[in-house]
Design a protein. Structure first.
Length: 64
């Protein structure tokens, strides 16, 4: 599953761009976007490094 950026939390700092080993993220103007979702290796570097906690890699399913 490709990473998802919560635009309400993201401040477009670019940390994910710098930390991603396979260049999944990029900028469109000033906005950080998921540029190459197919290249994601699910290493979680972006999730752990995001200062705003704006990136999710997998949907968390609630257990009932």
């Amino acid at each position: 599953m490709p990473p998802k950026i919560d635009k309400k939390k993201c401040n477009n700092c670019g940390t994910c761009i710098d930390i991603c080993p396979v260049s999944v993220f990029g900028k469109k103007g000033e906005e950080v976007i998921v540029l190459n979702p197919q290249d994601c290796i699910e290493c979680n570097a972006c999730v752990v490094s995001c200062p705003q906690k704006a990136i999710k890699l997998k949907e968390v399913k609630s257990s009932k």
